[in-house]
Design a protein around this ligand. Structure first.
Ligand SMILES: Nc1ncnc2c1ncn2[C@@H]1O[C@H](COP(=O)(O)OP(=O)(O)OP(=O)(O)O)[C@@H](O)[C@H]1O
Length: 241
């Protein structure tokens, strides 16, 4: 396996506030990883730092071996890192299809068909305006727009937040297709810990801006002590099928 992304002693924050303290972990090509931890420990800040949206202090962000810690956000996206923020960035005044067309840039319109294959719901709603979409559909559109950039790594910030279990399953199934069939690596930040661990091969646990555990998700599921200590897993709603 080749290493796609490597954070090496990354220290970053916002203005005078340092949030991440020497964060180190790596993501292999095509791998499924999750980043979990309590509210406010810095999970979103890790994703934003990978995209260059925080104030970098020290440490490396390596993409395929090259340090990109001082590259612009646009350059990082061009290199192959796709970022779906928690805010579900879509244009509410545009239809589903117009949102996708706006995300195409120089790619052929046929790329939209791939988005519709992955999310058939979006095809059904293609003439609906952004504001007429459910939360889950907005999330699908936000992911689909990011995929138009053909990323090798997809950073997802709490994509399941506030969504019904059936919609969560649809999204996870789409992430599975991307990972298994298309080889896209995924780094998932998620409060729904059981879903995140079931999806990911690798779990990274963050506490107070530091990685306190990294290993196979299966191991973590067998070690509730770490989850209890750093993730408050008891507060996570039970997944009802
Ligand atoms: N734009 C910002 N400016 C200043 N401080 C920020 C900013 N964004 C986040 N923070 C602070 O950084 C710390 C980490 O926040 P972050 O959103 O990364 O945590 P998180 O683990 O993703 O939390 P949650 O699970 O609640 O989304 C918090 O103390 C937060 O208040």
């Amino acid at each position: 396996m080749t290493t796609l992304l490597e954070l090496d002693g990354l220290v970053a924050g916002y203005g005078p506030l340092t949030v991440l303290h020497e964060v180190s972990f790596s993501i292999e090509a095509g791998a499924r990883s999750c980043l979990i931890g309590r509210n406010g420990v810095g999970k979103s800040t890790v994703l934003k730092s990978i995209m260059g949206l925080t104030d970098w202090r020290s440490g490396a962000v390596r993409w395929q071996g090259r340090d990109i810690a001082r590259r612009s956000t646009v350059e990082r996206a061009r290199l192959g890192i796709g970022y779906v923020p928690q805010t579900r960035d879509i244009f509410p005044s545009l239809s589903v299809e117009e949102n996708l067309i706006a995300g195409l840039r120089n790619r052929p319109v046929s790329a939209i068909q791939r988005a519709y294959q992955l999310f058939p719901r979006l095809k059904e709603r293609r003439h609906n305006g952004g504001t007429q979409l459910s939360g889950g559909e907005q999330q699908m559109l936000s992911v689909a727009r990011t995929l138009l950039g053909e990323p090798q790594l997809l950073l997802l910030d709490e994509p399941l937040e506030g969504l019904a279990p059936i919609i969560c399953e649809e999204l996870i199934a789409a992430f599975d297709v991307l990972s298994r069939d298309e080889g896209v690596a995924i780094l998932l930040v998620e409060q729904k810990v059981q879903e995140a661990l079931a999806f990911a091969q690798q779990a990274i646990v963050l506490d107070h801006g530091t990685v306190v555990h990294a290993g196979a998700s299966a191991e973590l599921l067998e070690d509730p002590a770490i989850l209890d200590r750093y993730v408050s897993v008891t507060q996570v709603p039970v997944h009802d099928h």
